[in-house]
Design a protein around this ligand. Structure first.
Ligand code: OGA
Ligand code: MN
Length: 293
């Protein structure tokens, strides 16, 4: 069996077939997947009915996995392995969470455009999201190509942005949806981290805007000006020509490169189950070299 990579209606998303993710893969197959993700940014593997162990084994071929940090969860009983993020509307008893459930409300933040773990000093490189149960309609995931957005910026703007450092925290993204109910201890743990505004992809050499709803400040800039600049850039980068919508089918595994894409969830009927499991490969290093204390 050899793998086939075919673009799907857009330049930055490809479908990958001809491999079975339940089985260990050869180094050659892994290298082909890595070359494809570095070229495209988003890969869709249809018909992969994997369990969490198989998903973790596949994901680990690309680097170390992140562990989910559940900050505010004294009351939180995890449903999944610590290396698997629970992207669902279910609680530990597999029941749909109540309207006012704090985890549900926090999870609504996934409907804001973001790049995974940009609120961590060492952010995510790849995310791999496996569809286990999906609602009958809605609940799509959208992706935006941040290399194409960068390429489309006027030269003057590129020169202005290159080298800027933003500050990211989940406090900023959650505040956007009015979720501000954090303990002092949580706020301390969620202190903003620096991230480059413009990144260069190490494999392709392409530059991209590194935006995320977690970004709320720009170093050396007044806060209202920084916020407006981030909002304007976000609007620019998520124009329809840069965006692809993925309509889920159970068994899809979608892998994306957080260094050069953003994504967001779309709404769905919350009386229906939506259950996706995510593994996340760490980027290994901060985007901004460690600063002297
Ligand atoms: C994620 C995420 C979006 C979705 O898994 O990181 O943001 O559509 N998911 O569930
Ligand atoms: Mn995400």
């Amino acid at each position: 069996m050899s793998i086939t990579v075919k673009p799907l209606h857009t330049v930055f998303v490809a479908g990958v077939t001809g491999l079975d993710l339940r089985e260990p893969l050869t180094d050659g197959t892994v290298a082909a997947v890595e070359a494809a993700i570095n070229q495209y940014g988003v890969l869709v593997f249809p018909g992969q009915f994997i369990d969490d162990e198989q998903q973790m084994a596949f994901s680990r071929r690309f680097g170390d996995l992140e562990t989910t940090v559940k900050l505010y969860r004294k009351d939180y009983v995890p449903r999944l392995n610590p290396h698997v993020s629970d992207i669902s509307n279910l609680d530990e008893n597999n029941r749909i969470r109540a309207k006012d459930d704090r985890l549900r409300l926090n999870g609504l933040g996934n409907r804001l455009w973001h790049s995974d773990s940009s609120f961590k000093r060492v952010p995510a490189r790849f995310s791999l999201l496996s569809a286990r149960r999906i609602p009958s309609e809605g609940g799509e995931t959208q992706f935006a190509d941040m290399r194409a957005a960068w390429d489309a910026l006027p030269d003057g703007k590129k020169a202005l942005l290159d080298g800027m450092i933003c500050e990211h925290t989940q406090l900023f993204s959650r505040a956007k949806i009015g979720f501000t109910d954090w303990s002092e201890e949580e706020r301390v743990k969620m202190a903003p981290v620096p991230q480059l505004m413009v990144r260069t992809h190490p494999a392709s050499g392409r530059k991209s805007l590194y935006l995320s709803s977690h970004a709320g400040r720009i170093r050396g800039m007044e806060e209202p000006e920084a916020r407006m600049m981030l909002m304007d850039l976000m609007e620019f980068a998520t124009q329809p020509q840069f965006v692809h919508t993925h309509n889920w089918t159970v068994g899809d595994l979608v892998m994306w490169d957080n260094r050069c894409t953003m994504h967001r969830a779309r709404e769905h009927d919350e009386t229906q189950v939506r259950d996706l499991h995510r593994t996340t490969v760490s980027d290994g290093l901060p985007t901004v070299a460690a600063e002297a204390a």
